[in-house]
Design a protein around this ligand. Structure first.
Ligand code: ZN
Length: 278
């Protein structure tokens, strides 16, 4: 059986204290993953990042990093594109300092491109440039395009696969809530279907892509065009069902990292862990 790790996207809501104290707190409550949220910009100092990394290591917590939201690698505007690359290089550096194994990226938007293919091509060139411009000592983190929740955003499952096939040191981030919202509730409906997604990733990107598979989970509200907002697991009337995704992990036996993006972060991470270990 594979190993499943669970943790929050950012500082736990029940924790008050400095960031570097979070890994110890997570270990105490029974969690073993943490996504460091640099979504408003990479602001952590080298000293603090290394401290966080050492704490994560000694408490058995696997770190990932979420890159800034203000990134658009598909932008035809060269100044936006260049700035996006700079922000991702900064993210890769901070991720290396803290020992994060992936930098999760919202690739960008189709808007302004003549076709979806053109948007993907720009994104691939952008990711390649990030790797070129990152200093040579940045060795650990992979770039990780996220499966996005809106149909205006680059990153359906096939596009994430296509990008990772073309970019070195790339691994997918599958947000199951986004997959559900992007499809307006028609995806993530059965265990078999989730298994097919996992198998497609493994077949096209190799065993590394699912060792472990980096994922996000919460319930989500959608409308026309996809994602509206994330919800907690206990809220009725929203999907997808954690049960379905959990069973697919267990049946495929892959290793997985499950980051809770629920409004009650670590509480739902613990609930998912409890339900999946039953
Ligand atoms: Zn994200």
């Amino acid at each position: 059986m594979g190993r499943l790790r669970y943790g929050p996207a950012g500082k736990p809501i029940t924790y008050k204290g400095p960031m570097e104290g979070v890994p110890r707190y997570l270990k105490e409550i029974g969690l073993d993953a943490l996504e460091y949220e640099a979504v408003r910009g990479v602001r952590i100092s080298e000293e603090k990042a290394r401290e966080l990394g050492a704490e994560a290591e000694s408490n058995g917590v696997l770190l990932s990093m979420h890159a800034p939201y203000y990134v658009n690698l598909s932008s035809p505007d060269s100044s936006v594109w260049e700035k996006s690359i700079r922000r991702l290089v900064e993210s890769m550096i901070a991720a290396e300092w803290m020992g994060a194994y992936v930098v999760v990226v919202h690739t960008g938007y189709y808007k302004g491109n003549k076709s979806k293919e053109e948007a993907i091509k720009r994104a691939i060139d952008g990711y390649a440039r990030v790797l070129e411009e990152a200093p040579g000592w940045v060795k650990r983190p992979s770039l990780s395009p996220e499966l996005m929740g809106k149909t205006s955003q680059v990153g359906d499952i096939d596009e994430v696969i296509a990008i990772c096939q073309q970019v070195d040191r790339c691994r997918p981030t599958v947000d199951w809530a986004h997959l559900y919202a992007r499809s307006e509730g028609t995806a993530v409906r059965s265990v078999d279907e989730v298994i097919r997604v996992i198998e497609a990733l493994e077949k096209n990107l190799g065993k590394e892509a699912v060792s472990p598979l980096h994922t996000h989970f919460s319930k989500i509200e959608y409308g026309k065009g996809g994602e509206r907002m994330h919800h907690t697991l206990s809220e009725k009337g929203y999907g997808p069902e954690w049960d379905i995704v959990c069973k697919a992990y267990l049946e495929t036996g892959i290793d997985g990292v499950i980051i809770s993006e629920s409004p009650i972060l670590e509480k739902d991470a613990l609930l998912m862990k409890e339900e999946c270990e039953k």
